[in-house]
Design a protein around this ligand. Sequence first.
Ligand SMILES: NC(=O)c1ccc[n+]([C@@H]2O[C@H](COP(=O)([O-])OP(=O)(O)OC[C@H]3O[C@@H](n4cnc5c(N)ncnc54)[C@H](O)[C@@H]3O)[C@@H](O)[C@H]2O)c1
Length: 354
Amino acid sequence: MTVRWGVIGACGIAYRRTIPEGIMRAPNAKLAAVMDVAQERVKEVAKEFGVDKCYFNEEELLKDDSIDAVYIATPTYLHHKQVIMAAENGKHVLCEKPMGMNLKECDEMIAACEKNGVKLGLGYMMRFHAYNKKIKEMISDGDLGQISLARAQLTCWYPPIPGAWRQIQNLGGGGSFIDMGSHCIDLLEYLIGSKVIKVSAFMDTLTHNYKVEDSAVVLLKFENGAQGIVDNNFNVPDLASKNVLEVYGTKGSVRAQGTIGQDSNGTISCYLQPEETGYNAAQVRQVNAGESIINDLKPINMYTSQIQYFSEAIEKNLKPMIDGAEGKRNLAIVLAAYDAAKSGKTNYIKEEYL
Ligand SMILES: NC(=O)c1ccc[n+]([C@@H]2O[C@H](COP(=O)([O-])OP(=O)(O)OC[C@H]3O[C@@H](n4cnc5c(N)ncnc54)[C@H](O)[C@@H]3O)[C@@H](O)[C@H]2O)c1
């Protein structure tokens, strides 16, 4: 079976990545229609990808019987409405992150999909990155020992742009943290195989003259005891930020670059301790001693994998690996971090989300 996809919000990340690298390339997917409110632009997108069906509102696309599933890649405040509309029209839904603006929205999105018997997935595609999979494998094989600390950084330069939805609280739900930290939290939980149970945070608008945060650092405590850091800035030049992923344990560490973001390439520097050496009081060490580099893994395109796995979940009637409950839990952590930053306190993630 080939899943016939419609795209709602076809001119942003959908145009840049998910249509060309995902829907056009996945062997079990086909692009059937595109929709965007940017009418002139979406006509060009339809032409570029060779589809006749080009809509300017979601109702029309969702009434189209030739569509099995929709990919929703619109600003966050629209996800709730559009996911529910898709479910009510019997379409399976892959929705971009973050899932919604609040947990009530998530509950309603999950309920609508359940009621209408359609699958709901969230776009945390970084789990498919070849280097991230390798790090997960090393951690679950025990190569790093007991995990003590994991850090995920995702940062860019994002100056004020009139009308940019990510810079407006009630359109994006926040700034650098909800936009990029949402991915980082999902990735860290996936890699170390443990869920976040409490958070504390600093969020500031240090540089730009918009109201959402441009600087965020969040401390995480995982169920297995490990500690974590997520840092997201909109005020560091693109090339100055290394988007580092670091995991440290009692037997070694990995430091990866290029694995948090949209590209498939990456590199991992790892140090694995051959044996317990005891305490070295002199603390003499060569910076790169014993370090090995992994940079020859076959890249996996994350967008192709994401569309392929979700299409397969539809074909074979499987539960999507990253489903509505996962999306809601991620948002619960994100919102708990915002609240912690406001109150200056540590927030526990409620049992029901663990
Ligand atoms: N997973 C990833 O790699 C990744 C990367 C970037 C963005 N995202 C997520 O994708 C979503 C969209 O982000 P973006 O960067 O593409 O934003 P964007 O602003 O670049 O694009 C959003 C698109 O939605 C369209 N749109 C606006 N209102 C609409 C409506 N009512 N109906 C249909 N289309 C409408 C806009 O015209 C635009 O083409 C967000 O949830 C974001 O967090 C994910």
